[in-house]
Design a protein around this ligand. Structure first.
Ligand SMILES: [Mg+2]
Length: 341
């Protein structure tokens, strides 16, 4: 039986009941990375929103305001990437504490505009209000995806392979380094800090997968593979088996896990904020997939496991199999971006 939902997924289900049925032009409502609308024309309109709250999702002791501005847009662009879409426009709503130097708000806006320019996304308006103790940043992004190319969480089938577009656990390891002030060689520390504070949404990979119809389902990794793959499984009505030996764990994640006396697979699978894409792809497309990424100059997707019948995410290691469906560390929960509706 499917596990009962708790926490944020349960709240989202309760909200969906309150909001009721969507009008017919809403192709996708609550429960994916973006909502999708059919307003006519060749494309669907994609729409997503995310909020970052000071003391919950970020700590100004770790991040600059410019980085924060970049990241607050990046996490939204990652949701558009997860649909195979192209982001177009963004609005910013900024809650800025009364009495705090407004120059900081401008630095944040500069970071936001900078990332927008890098990805061809225009900031076209917003709102600013005085907030209580901390800052709160809400960003909404509009994007487009050609009808017939949109990828969603539903669609994975038994036998499909499970892939990610890049390394896992780096942001979670980076957060541990900053929170615990761990001493690490700069060559190990820098990529972790970059992964946590300045994530790069995988828009090119998302478009490639969608336009060449190489994936059956897709999600972006905001909460960690254990949770996000479970979302794909629930939406698709399938289970998943991950091969422990195939999980990509970089030397720097391994180094942090060693210092913390933790299983590096926990950082890789249960840590949040990777903002890589996780997708499933039929086995007969394996060669096409590899050559498409190579021709596009993108790193080859990494295979983690396979979709199986059932409703759980199983991790297979030499010690045996364990169910990691929806598993995550509670102490990451405070520092990661919330889910999107
Ligand atoms: Mg997402």
């Amino acid at each position: 039986m499917t596990k009962p939902l708790t926490g944020e997924p349960a709240l989202i289900e309760a909200l969906a009941r309150i909001f009721g049925a969507a009008p017919p032009e809403v192709v996708l409502g609550i429960g994916d990375d973006c909502a999708a609308l059919d307003l006519g024309g060749p494309d669907y309109l994609l729409w997503t929103v995310d909020t970052l709250v000071e003391g919950v999702h970020f700590d100004l002791g770790y991040t600059t305001l410019r980085q924060l501005g970049r990241k607050s847009l990046a996490v939204n662009l990652s949701d558009v990437a997860a649909m195979g879409g192209t982001p177009r426009y963004t609005l910013l709503s900024l809650g800025w504490p009364k009495g705090r130097d407004p120059a900081g708000a401008l630095e944040l806006a500069e970071g936001l505009a900078e990332l927008g320019r890098e990805y061809g996304v225009a900031v076209i308006g917003g709102d600013s209000v005085a907030s209580g103790d901390g800052a709160a940043i809400t960003i909404t992004v509009l994007g487009t995806v050609p009808k017939g190319e949109m990828l969603r969480r539903a669609g994975a089938r038994g036998g499909d392979r499970i892939f990610v577009t890049g390394p896992l656990g780096e942001a979670a390891a980076g957060l541990e380094v900053l929170k615990r002030r761990l001493t690490l060689e700069p060559a190990l520390k820098e990529p972790l800090g970059q992964a946590l504070l300045d994530p790069r949404p995988q828009l090119r990979a998302g478009r490639l997968l969608a336009s060449q119809r190489l994936a059956s389902a897709m999600i972006d990794l905001s909460d960690g593979v254990a949770t996000d793959l479970y979302h794909v499984c629930r939406a698709s009505g399938v289970g998943a088996r991950l091969a422990g030996a195939a999980i990509p764990v970089s030397p720097q994640v391994r180094a942090v896990a060693r210092i913390l006396n933790q299983d590096p697979l926990d950082l890789a699978l249960k840590g949040g904020e990777d903002y890589q894409l996780l997708f499933t792809s039929p086995p007969e497309l394996a060669e096409t997939l590899e050559s498409a990424f190579r021709q596009a100059g993108l790193p080859a997707p990494l295979s983690l496991g396979v979709i199986i019948p059932g409703d759980s995410v199983l991790l297979q290691t030499p010690e045996g199999g364990r169910d990691i469906s929806g598993a995550g560390f509670n102490h990451f929960r405070l520092d990661r971006g919330g889910g999107s509706v």
